[in-house]
Design a protein around this ligand. Structure first.
Ligand SMILES: Cc1cc2nc3c(=O)[nH]c(=O)nc-3n(C[C@H](O)[C@H](O)[C@H](O)COP(=O)(O)OP(=O)(O)OC[C@H]3O[C@@H](n4cnc5c(N)ncnc54)[C@H](O)[C@@H]3O)c2cc1C
Length: 415
């Protein structure tokens, strides 16, 4: 008898898992249903370029249903909750769907209303976020009109999607204002809750040097308690204030709200407690988690989501066959960091090994932790790979899921 897998979320992880499963199982063996609240699949890394006029929201959005292989059902409806005892999903429209295996792929949501003042007066006028298509498009207009003053980029709290995106934003802002010939009239400041611009020491040193060269000020250990859009101030819980003329804020993130309405499924932030190596939920053996929804100690990034796909699909197959699971996900993450002027840096790391110099994916390849034009072209190519290789669940020749060690200093690799 056919079994049913329900995938909650038709974004990066949900789409690639459904497509990979369909390659292994035909429709008689396994029914696959993907549930999403809308039919707009956003290529989120493209949001970075929108405020600078280098991309447009129309260029980065495609229908979700068209990214799914034949014989995968697409249900356009919001999830209201999951009953993990009854193995069923309740939709907001009143329907109930039963599952044999559930994949939670509902990502992370932005919670701007959780920060005092952020969505009050000045929101989308003087304070913006580029983390949503609407915010990125509105910020494009504001940047075009900005002809001098204090631009502040603020991360309210971790975890956030793509932790390097705010750094890329300030590097691109530096480039943008130099191109416009007004860089001397703009002060750029990065305000972060961390004790450095980035978490990983070797990469942080490299990125810190570049930030100083580009004259971008850094304010650390700043826990934003209030954003006063009208008065142009960030206020920390310890009383410190940072003034701005234009604020670019990355709001607090949480897991999807329905997780909070699903007893036993999530944690206090609505992320799903997940085994970091098998990607199985810690509370229900027939639930697997992919991407930003998981509480694993990896970056919330599309690359991580992509590398997780192989383990999630293998383990669904093992679970359905009553076989032991594999525990081979190593936390592999890989991010291009745009640094402006047609250049980018590439970092590659996993749970145990921090970003190292060398090359990716082997002894020859893209330079790691070094600015280059090649890396910038790699970042631009990513969008094509996303739609044509990553989402369809195709393997990229010469690139496995685990972090490659060739081309990196052996003594710094932790096993
Ligand atoms: C500005 C920005 C830049 C980024 N840059 C990069 C980058 O350069 N490299 C990189 O690797 N990653 C980058 N990322 C991160 C990357 O986009 C995400 O990590 C990745 O998309 C996560 O995939 P996911 O499947 O977990 O979540 P998503 O792709 O966000 O999909 C989650 C889906 O769940 C659906 N959903 C949520 N709640 C419900 C509900 N109640 N009912 C029904 N459906 C629901 C949503 O509609 C959504 O479609 C960036 C992100 C942003 C915001």
């Amino acid at each position: 008898m056919s079994q049913r897998v329900i995938v909650l979320g038709g974004g990066t992880g949900g789409t690639l898992v459904a497509n990979r499963l369909r390659r292994i199982f035909d429709a008689e063996e396994l029914e696959i249903l993907v549930v999403d609240q809308d039919d707009r699949h956003v290529y989120q890394p493209g949001l970075l370029f929108v405020p600078f006029g280098l991309s447009h929201t129309d260029d980065i959005v495609r229908p979700r249903s068209q990214q799914l292989s034949h014989d995968i059902g697409f249900v356009e409806a919001a999830v209201d909750g999951v009953d993990i005892q009854a193995n069923s999903v309740n939709l907001v429209d009143g329907r109930t769907l039963d599952y044999d295996v559930l994949v939670v792929a509902s990502g992370a949501v932005l919670l701007p209303e959780e920060t005092q003042g952020l969505t009050g007066p000045g929101w989308m006028e003087r304070v913006f976020t580029f983390y949503s298509p609407e915010g990125a498009a509105a910020l494009e207009g504001a940047l075009a009109k900005f002809d001098g003053g204090r631009l502040v980029v603020n991360v309210v709290d971790m975890p956030i999607k793509c932790p390097v995106a705010p750094l890329e934003f300030y590097f691109l802002a530096d480039w943008y204002f130099r191109e416009r010939g007004i860089r001397d009239r703009v002060s750029l400041t990065y305000v972060t809750p961390l004790d450095a611009a980035f978490t990983k020491p070797i990469a942080s040193r490299q990125l810190g040097g570049m930030r100083e060269e580009k004259d971008i000020e850094l304010v650390t250990e700043f826990n934003t308690g209030e954003v006063d859009g009208e008065g142009g101030r960030l206020v920390a819980y310890d009383g410190r204030e940072v003034p701005f003329d234009l604020g670019v804020v990355v709001p607090l993130h949480g897991g999807a709200e329905y997780i909070g309405r699903s007893p036993g499924l999530g944690d206090a932030l609505n992320f799903v407690p997940t085994d970091e190596h098998t990607l199985q939920s810690r509370t229900a053996p027939n639930i697997f988690v992919i991407g930003d929804a998981a509480n694993v100690p990896a970056s919330k990034a599309g690359s991580v989501t992509h590398f997780e796909g192989e383990t999630v699909v293998a383990n669904i197959r093992h679970f359905l066959a009553d076989e032991p699971l594999v525990d081979n996900f190593d936390g592999h993450a890989n991010c291009f960091i745009e640094t402006g002027f047609g250049k980018a840096l590439l970092i590659d790391f996993n749970y145990d090994t921090e970003p190292l110099p060398g090359h990716f994916p082997g002894r020859v390849g893209l330079p790691l932790l070094k600015e280059s034009r090649l890396n910038h072209l790699g970042k631009l190519m990513l969008q094509w790979f996303y739609w044509h290789s990553l989402l369809p669940g195709r393997d990229i020749p010469g690139m496995g899921s685990a972090m490659p060690t060739a081309g990196k200093p052996r003594e710094l690799i932790r096993k």
